[in-house]
Ligand binder design. Structure first.
Ligand code: ATP
Ligand code: MG
Length: 543
């Protein structure tokens, strides 16, 4: 393609509202433009990359046996009423009315719609399992759309849904999708971790999120230096190895001694709406409310300020008491009375605080041993690029999606759902592949493989040599962008660095001798080559 004829509006300056590297460079290199907060156009270069990511996704999805379909973006409210989500989804769901006053939503996700499509057909165990997927724009009226494509209000998602008669095939599909996701993100060149995540509000059980490592990521993940173990920080289990102490247990006291930090016992308060909960932990540890919530099997868990509650540590009354396992190591600790005045010393959790069992309810910390026993824990920021989820029967029960089993008994379908943020993946790659000059695309999803620059297109020998290299590479199946614009060399080089094609071929002063310069964008390495050899050299590099 000839650059003089393409819509690639590059910019020298950073747009004022661009809040991360991928946003800045995708904008400046002419891949995207914003039309409203969180709503973007993909310009030809951006669209090309998006198409390549989609092609990889389709290949890997089709390989698993999943079938592609396309559902509407506009969904009738009735379906959302069936599951109750019309009322609980909140302001993120974009709603609209048709001319007759009927309610609709712009699809934020498609569990309701796919279940309504399949419930009549998938009515026998003989037709199961089955997996369907689509690639489509999703709409979420995010409170803070930001970071360019990373958090948009209209964004491209691949969503897949699987239907099962039994747990075994659900587990198999989950595993198959998990593997397919790894292939997809590997092929896109991403450095990522599959992390154990919280199934929380979606109401299922197993779930993993795929996280691209990047400082701009909004999630903190805990991963092992010595194994594949990785979890969202709230979900990371803690192995507290308690070493027994020989310290003699002393009598409980109320007094005025020196405090030591290791000896402090801390208490935090929560409410599930119906019960108050007190959670004891070591002073240096932070209580993890997701673990507390999951331990209590509660739907909600809110913080309670200690001043709202009259609570006597020695006499908890109706308040449910939990304790972190790390406390087992504390002998003769101290605890401040919740009203501030009274302090207790020589507190021994089991004896004095009414603690019957210890649980893992604290946040993991960097340097803790990995829960799988291999390596130690490190933290990193991650961008959630995908998620796999065992939904179970939440949607099929609510929507009457049932099948007949081998014994003619009617049962709700078991479901899995699997999402990839396609446009977010594009940004995540840009976040990992750039330098101060611009983007550095991995070959697999680069908009063009080779950028051929005719330094001075008015010079016949330069333009002819550039065109012949362009044609030869094209014949070999490489995608080539030919910069034939009548611009200064500096402008052309700056644009080439911004756009970030993996290989650049500069046809300049030595064109008459048949010599060109080759530059590898990823490494910055450059060398001169005979034009007759350059095709071969590039082909080798690209493969
Ligand atoms: P987040 O926690 O980032 O809001 P989510 O968990 O609500 O995302 P899912 O419902 O799991 O998102 O959607 C599937 C995938 O769609 C996510 O893994 C993510 O890659 C992508 N995605 C979700 N919200 C957005 C958004 N606002 N902009 C771009 N991609 C998004
Ligand atoms: Mg998610």
């Amino acid at each position: 393609m000839k650059q003089s004829q393409l819509f690639i509006p590059t910019m020298k300056e950073n747009p004022a509202d661009a809040d991360c590297a991928s946003h800045r460079y995708l904008y400046r290199a002419g891949f995207i433009r914003q039309n409203a907060a969180g709503i973007y156009s993909y310009l030809p270069l951006g669209h090309k990359v998006l198409q390549k990511i989609q092609a990889i996704i389709r290949e890997e999805m089709n390989r698993t046996g999943a079938q592609e379909l396309l559902m509407p973006a506009i969904q009738p409210a009735e379906l959302w009423h069936e599951t109750g989500r019309w009322d609980v989804y909140g302001p993120e769901l974009m709603r609209l009315k048709d001319r007759h006053g009927r309610d609709f939503a712009l699809g934020a996700t498609h569990e309701e719609l796919i279940t309504s499509l399949t419930r009549d057909f998938l009515n026998s165990y003989k037709k199961l399992p089955m997996t369907l997927y689509q690639i489509q724009a999703k709409y979420r009226d995010e409170r803070r759309p930001r970071f360019g494509l990373l958090r948009g209000r209209e964004f491209l998602m691949k969503d897949a849904y699987s239907f099962h008669s039994d747990e075994v095939t659900l587990d198999q599909s989950y595993e198959t999708m998990f593997q397919a996701y790894k292939n997809i993100f590997n092929r896109c060149g991403l450095d990522f971790r599959a992390v154990i995540a919280d199934s929380g509000a979606m109401g299922g059980k197993d779930t993993h999120e795929f996280m691209a490592l990047a400082d701009v990521g909004e999630d903190t993940i805990a991963f092992s230096s010595g194994s594949e173990y990785a979890a969202n920080i709230e979900m990371a289990s803690v192995m507290d190895t308690v070493s027994p102490t020989n310290e003699p247990v002393q009598v409980l006291d109320t007094g005025d001694y020196d405090r030591s930090d290791e000896k402090e016992i801390h208490v935090s308060f929560f409410t599930t709406g119906s019960t108050y909960v007190a959670v004891y932990s070591r002073g240096q540890d932070e209580v993890n409310d997701v673990k507390v919530k999951n331990l209590l099997e509660a739907d909600v868990l809110d913080d309670v300020d200690a001043s709202e509650l009259t609570f006597d540590v020695l006499n908890p009354g109706d308040v449910e008491v939990l304790a972190d396992q790390g406390l087992k190591a504390v002998v003769n600790g101290f605890i401040a009375g919740t009203n501030g005045e009274v302090q207790h010393y020589n507190v021994n959790p089991e004896r004095d605080l009414g603690i019957e069992s210890f649980s893992d309810v604290r946040m993991i910390q960097e340097g803790d041993p990995s829960p799988d026993g291999h390596g130690t824990i490190q933290f990193a920021q991650g961008i959630e690029i995908g998620q796999v989820f065992k939904l179970g029967t939440k949607y099929s029960e609510a929507m009457g999606a049932e099948f007949l089993d081998e014994n003619g008994k009617s049962k709700p379908l078991k479901m899995g759902c699997y999402g990839i943020g396609v446009s977010r993946t594009l940004s995540a790659v840009a976040e990992q592949y750039h330098d101060d000059d611009g983007l550095k695309w991995p070959v697999s999803i680069a908009p063009f493989h080779v950028h051929v620059i005719a330094v001075n297109p008015k010079k016949m020998e330069q333009m002819e040599l550039a065109e012949s290299i362009y044609k030869d590479l094209d014949k070999q199946g490489h995608e080539v962008l030919l910069d034939d614009r009548k611009e200064r060399a500096g402008v052309k080089f700056a644009d080439a660095d911004l756009i970030g094609c993996p290989v650049r071929v500069t046809v300049g002063k030595r064109a008459a001798e048949g010599i060109v310069e080759v530059k590898i964008r990823a490494t910055g390495e450059s060398f001169e080559s005979q034009a007759s050899e350059v095709i071969h050299t590039i082909a080798q590099y690209l493969n």
